[in-house]
Write a new protein. Structure first.
Length: 587
């Protein structure tokens, strides 16, 4: 009895059909005096495939399969197709010499299937990491949360293909972009390496992986950042860029020697993160009006203070965008230039070459600017030049490292700036911090009881502004967790501010070499919310939680009580005189 094997017979027929198809295409190529290629038996150069997007290659029935210098060989189904001719023409316009080969549908399909093995990114001669719009969009769609990123990396590491390390790097970067992370930390420990993202200012664990993979990832990142592979005992800084939806996102690389291996930090400078208007910064209405008035002035100095990463530069950029127009020349002196702003002259200091903030400021003044932004005042020379610029018809924005707005004036005096000159130049001193916003999808309202209630009421009692008199409530909100906020309870950040205007009282006390406390006391009559007060307002409005506020700023109960006593003493003094307090009571 003869056994008939249907599967085997079907495979034989398919093979015959494929062979016939190849013979037919080979004959057609000969008739048209064209070259023929069978990609089933020819190697396919993945670098050649990168020249055309997969979707474009499939729609135009074309596949680049060999690349030598600027010579590229392409396989086509029909050279007369309009789409095919367009792609070939575009390759020529990009400087490639194109040789066209006729190929079968099966042959082209084999080439198109190779796109699956392509790394999502490739290193250009300029050292840029170019990610195609279509591919990164597809990746971002799948990386909604931390577990998605972890799963993708683990699946890639399980493969033994040569491109897996490049793919890991791409997933790490694309995942960070999809989650709006500001930094990527890859830190080696004794037996493993840890990957973390900084989301809304707080580090979050993603996953741990083996040291062998880490060393390969380290080498890949060094290559992308144009760093030296053989240097392992010294720190290195570099950069590369990622293209996302036609927008260049710069990635700053920092490599630091550690106890077990080199530690990697990648800072993602996404232009959309500074696309914030002054109205969206989170200022309370009264302070917003004051600042809008101050930045419209033709001269003076506005100083913004706070620790690294508190959003000072973003705030100053928002000021510049508000006042920028074709009639105004704005020059910035920064280190580094984190974001490029159109229509604004930006210059970066380089201490190794002697181009300091001081030199940059001197040079900028010779460029006839209307507005100058100095990235940071860190020495007496820069402080002196900036103050003089503010006195000679320029509007100057800058940052300073102090803990609060009141500390600005003693700090500038420590830099040797004359107190009388200081009072004539500084128009307003600010301080800011960033707090995480509660996730609107999962935040939970809870009753305000116990010590949190006492703390909130204590600080609220010091707010001497009728605008907030009805804000105190019996409940606040706390963070929970959901997929939309990556199970952190928070999504996005908002700034809290305090500010002190230069008025007659501040001018008088500044001339007496004051302490921070004396300046705060003199500024009390301005009724601008302090950092603690602004934070409590955000808590009562449900913008953030009390726990988050306490994480970011120091709510000093003694300091709060001192302010209460001062406020009550002033209120009693006004009552005795028949001032506003008495009128309000009788009303």
């Amino acid at each position: 009895m003869i056994h008939f094997d249907e599967d085997k017979q079907r495979l034989k027929i398919e093979e015959l059909h494929k062979k016939e198809e190849e013979e037919y295409v080979k004959m057609a190529a000969s008739r048209r005096a064209m070259s023929y290629v069978n990609l089933a038996s020819s190697p396919i150069d993945t670098d050649a495939l990168r020249l055309i997007l997969e979707t474009r290659a499939r729609s135009a029935k074309i596949a680049p399969f060999v690349l030598v210098g600027k010579k590229v060989g392409v396989a086509v189904l029909n050279p007369d197709l309009a789409d095919t001719q367009t792609v070939i023409k575009e390759l020529g316009e990009r400087g490639y010499t194109v040789s066209v080969h006729l190929a079968s549908e099966a042959s082209l399909t084999k080439a198109w299937d190779k796109y699956k093995e392509l790394s999502f990114a490739f290193e250009t001669k300029a050292g840029a990491l170019d990610i195609s719009n279509e591919q990164i969009t597809n990746m971002v769609k799948t990386l909604h949360a931390m577990p998605d990123i972890k799963k993708n990396i683990e699946e890639t590491l399980a493969q033994k293909k040569s491109y897996r390390i490049s793919r890991v790097v791409e997933i790490v970067i694309a995942g960070a972009l999809s989650l709006d992370a500001s930094d990527i930390h890859i830190e080696p420990e004794e037996g493993y390496a840890r990957l973390r993202y900084r989301l809304d200012g707080v580090l979050n664990d993603v996953l741990d992986f083996d040291l062998d993979t880490f060393l390969l990832v380290l080498s890949r990142i060094k290559l992308l950042s144009s760093l030296k592979l053989n240097i392992k005992a010294a720190s290195q800084d570099g950069r590369f860029s990622v293209k996302l939806n036609e927008q260049d996102i710069e990635v700053r690389t920092s490599i630091l020697p550690g106890a077990y291996a080199e530690s990697i930090v990648l800072r993602l400078l996404n232009p959309k993160s500074i696309a914030v208007s002054i109205e969206e910064l989170g200022m309370e209405p009264k302070l917003l009006k004051i600042l809008e008035r101050e930045i419209e002035k033709p001269n003076g100095m506005i100083l913004n203070t706070g620790p690294t990463g508190s959003g000072k530069t973003t705030t100053l950029y928002a000021f510049m965008k508000k006042i920028h127009n074709p009639q105004v020349k704005i020059i910035t002196i920064e280190n580094p230039i984190e974001y490029h702003l159109p229509g604004i002259v930006q210059t970066q200091t380089n201490a190794e070459k002697g181009y300091t903030f001081e030199e940059g400021l001197k040079s900028s003044l010779r460029q006839d600017p209307d507005v100058i932004m100095v990235g940071e005042i860190r020495d007496p020379e820069t402080a002196g030049i900036a103050v003089n610029a503010a006195l000679t018809g320029h509007l100057v924005f800058s940052t300073l490292h102090t803990n609060n707005a009141a500390g600005t004036f003693p700090r500038m005096i420590d830099f040797g700036v004359n107190a009388k000159v200081l009072s004539s130049s500084i128009t307003i001193a600010m301080a800011q911090r960033l707090v995480r916003r509660l996730c609107e999808s999962c935040k939970k309202e809870i009753p305000l009881v116990g010590s949190p209630k006492q703390l909130v009421e204590r600080i609220f009692k010091t707010i001497d502004d009728p605008e907030y008199k009805d804000l105190l409530r019996p409940s606040v909100w706390e963070a929970k967790s959901c997929e939309k906020c990556n199970f952190t309870g928070y999504k996005g950040r908002v700034a809290i501010f305090e500010a002190i205007r230069m008025d007659e009282k501040i001018e008088k006390v500044v001339n007496e070499n004051p302490s921070e406390r004396e300046i705060r006391a003199a500024a009390k009559s301005q009724r601008i919310l302090s950092m603690q007060q602004a934070g409590i307002v955000k808590v009562l409005k449900g913008v953030t939680s009390l726990q988050e506020l306490e994480r970011v700023i120091d709510i000093d109960e003694e300091d709060v009580q001192e302010k209460i006593d001062e406020a009550e003493a002033e209120s009693n003094h006004k009552t005795k005189k028949g001032g506003p307090a008495e009128k309000n009571q009788s009303a």
